[in-house]
Design a binder for this molecule. Structure first.
Ligand SMILES: [Zn+2]
Length: 61
């Protein structure tokens, strides 16, 4: 699973869903941003949630 240009940190990065044997996490291929996810099915929703907050914060700043 890969979401292009969806990184909450660098915004242009491609975020991929990975399992390292200990659990699932999403990781930006460009800047190294990483976030644990409890279930792979939740990854996209979490990503969207963070991105929405991030954009609101950027607007307020
Ligand atoms: Zn990034």
């Amino acid at each position: 699973m890969l979401w292009t240009k969806n990184c909450p940190r660098c915004e242009r990065g491609d975020v991929s869903l990975t399992n390292d044997g200990y659990g699932w996490f999403v990781e930006c291929l460009q800047c190294g941003f990483a976030m644990d996810v409890d279930r792979p099915a939740r990854a996209e929703a979490l990503l969207q949630q963070i991105n929405r907050k991030h954009r609101l914060a950027a607007k307020a700043a």
